[in-house]
Design a protein around this ligand. Structure first.
Ligand code: AHR
Length: 557
């Protein structure tokens, strides 16, 4: 379940600003050594407290004449596991709750998720999936079980198959169902899919009808096990492959509308980090895929990678400073290396890129908030997470040819959530707003952008100061997303466009006073997008992006 990342040594604070201040102090006239000394100390101290604010100019070259692949909207997917208050309280309050709901599902949460156009939701786990037995969660009488993975709490199974599909229907998302390989059987999974998707009057389809849903459901994605090298059953690659072949063959989707165009895509367990064991795992799975016979197939390979620093998670999710901001962002950028590494292995066996790399668990994993059940993975969500989310989404987008799906962990109340709830209260997180800003990138066409990112330095940490992606939507509008990683310096952006003549530009930006600024139930609008001024001058789009910000602009041509 956990990847081991060697922790960075604690960086010592010695910014270049401090050095330049000392240099300036050295050329003071020598009238009073003491005065100069005091002044020097004062300047150096000021530089430490308030680094010089100098806007850097960053030239972006956006080449609209060289469109790239489609940015699959499923890159903006979500993950909802039976874990803590992710499902119960986060989505499900039950039809008798005083919290406004539709058939037991919170109306406020549904409205918020509709606004970010969630393309798909992975469910019911995670580690939970390999202990989930779907029959416990259907019909009028639910079987009460336990959730041994996550706090050992009661699992009432009141949120089951029908409730999940109803939830998807209400938010307009597709189903990504993870079936139980670890402690289930191919027959159990095959029957679940028949129950879900059969259009003909089989006994299972009639049972579905009796439970309130005569029409077959659609299941867009099938996950075959979860982290089967670890919490999913500690399998070897060969053992997992023997299981995958069987599940791939027998767990069928019978929905008449999914036999041709909308065929269910089957996703195999892939790597969980950068260790050699996952290189071997990926190699074995992809090699088997290359030689697969007609009787089984695979459309996606899952990859999990959390931004954690080191296990167990120890970074605070709130109440931190610039050092922890820089450290976490450095860790998160390791995603690029992982995606590149596993894409390269996949290219060896699948040069046509038929199999998608599916990053179906990603995001920040911090220490649990004090006072919460550690098994519930409760953490705050700050401006740092917004920057982190944009950097990861940009990586996925740049690899859009191979990365065709990703699911942030997890949607509500767990890890890097979009939404936090407390009884009838709900708050939208900074990460939520990044997903909202990025909606225009869903299913848009990738447009290459080149730039010199320059460097943000904090202690011994060096990070690209600026990141940017561009895309053209179906209506022909051009979109540009710019992340200013630097928490101290704004950046002046000058974007030149090849293959397009900009007429006007407008957009929104997400920033806040501090790197750990958060939205709370009482003060929900600290980190919310605000309009940003952008102009077109001499054929170039220019705008200023604030320190530690995520900005998305549309360019009218
Ligand atoms: O998202 C929390 C857990 O992290 C998932 O259940 C598991 O797949 C991963 O290790």
């Amino acid at each position: 379940m956990y990847s081991t990342i060697t922790p960075e040594s604690q960086p010592v604070f010695h910014s270049h600003n401090r050095e330049s201040s000392i240099a300036r102090a050295a050329i003071l006239p020598a009238a009073s050594v003491m005065r100069a000394f005091v002044l020097g100390i004062a300047l150096a101290t000021m530089a430490l407290i308030a680094p010089m604010i100098v806007a850097q100019t960053v030239q972006l070259s956006v080449d609209v004449s060289q469109p790239g692949p489609k940015i699959d909207r499923n890159i903006f997917g979500q993950f909802a596991e039976h874990l803590g208050h992710g499902i119960y309280e986060g989505i499900w309050v039950g039809p008798d709750s005083p919290i406004p709901n539709t058939r037991g599902i919170r109306n406020d949460v549904v409205a918020a998720l509709k606004a970010i156009k969630v393309p798909d939701v992975r469910w019911p786990g995670g580690c939970f999936a390999d202990e989930y037995h779907w029959r416990n969660g259907i019909g009028p009488q639910r079987v009460v079980t336990l959730n041994p993975n996550w706090g050992g709490v009661i699992e009432p199974n009141t949120f089951g198959t029908h409730e999940f599909m109803d939830f998807l229907d209400q938010i307009g998302a597709q189903a990504y169902v993870s079936v139980n390989v670890g402690s289930g059987t191919p027959r159990e999974a095959a029957e679940w899919l028949e129950y879900l998707t059969a259009g003909q009057p089989t006994t299972l389809a009639k049972e579905r009808t009796a439970n309130g849903h005569p029409a077959p459901y659609k299941v867009a994605f099938l996950g075959v096990g979860n982290e089967s090298w670890d919490c999913g059953g500690n399998m070897t690659p060969d053992y997992y492959l023997s299981q995958f072949r069987i599940y791939s063959r027998f767990v069928r989707n019978y929905n008449p509308e999914q036999q041709d165009k909308e065929q269910m895509l089957k996703i195999a367990v892939g790597p969980g980090g950068g260790e050699p064991r996952w290189t071997e795992w990926t190699d074995a799975i992809m090699k088997a895929y290359q030689n697969h016979q007609w009787s089984w197939d695979m459309n996606g390979l899952s990859m999990h990678s959390y931004t954690v620093g080191h296990w167990p998670p120890s970074f605070a999710s709130v109440g931190f400073g610039e050092t922890e901001y820089a450290q976490i962002l450095k860790f998160t950028l390791e995603m690029e290396g992982l995606v590149a590494k596993y894409s390269a292995i996949m290219d060896t066996y699948d040069p046509q890129k038929k199999v998608a790399l599916v990053v179906d668990e990603w995001g920040a994993w911090y220490a649990p908030l004090p006072g919460t059940n550690p098994g519930f993975l409760v953490q705050q969500n700050s401006l740092r997470d917004a920057v982190l989310a944009s950097l990861n989404l940009n990586i996925f987008v740049r690899h859009a040819e191979r990365v065709r799906m990703a699911n942030i962990a997890q949607m509500i109340n767990v890890l890097q959530a979009m939404i936090l709830t407390d009884k009838d209260k709900m708050v939208l997180t900074p990460t939520y707003y990044v997903f909202k800003l990025y909606v225009p990138f869903q299913d848009a066409t990738f447009v290459p952008v080149t730039f010199d990112a320059s460097t943000y330095i904090h202690g011994d940490i060096k990070l690209p100061r600026v990141d940017a992606i561009a895309a053209k939507d179906k209506a022909g509008n051009l979109w540009l997303a710019i992340t200013n990683v630097d928490p101290n310096q704004p950046a002046e952006i000058e974007a030149s466009l090849a293959g397009a003549t900009p007429k006007s530009a407008k957009g929104e930006t997400l920033t806040a006073p501090n790197v750990d600024s958060i939205n709370t139930f009482d003060v929900p609008n600290t980190v919310v997008p605000k309009p940003v001024a952008a102009s077109v001058q001499s054929g170039k789009v220019t705008l200023k992006v604030e320190p530690k910000s995520v900005t998305v602009i549309s360019i009218q041509q």
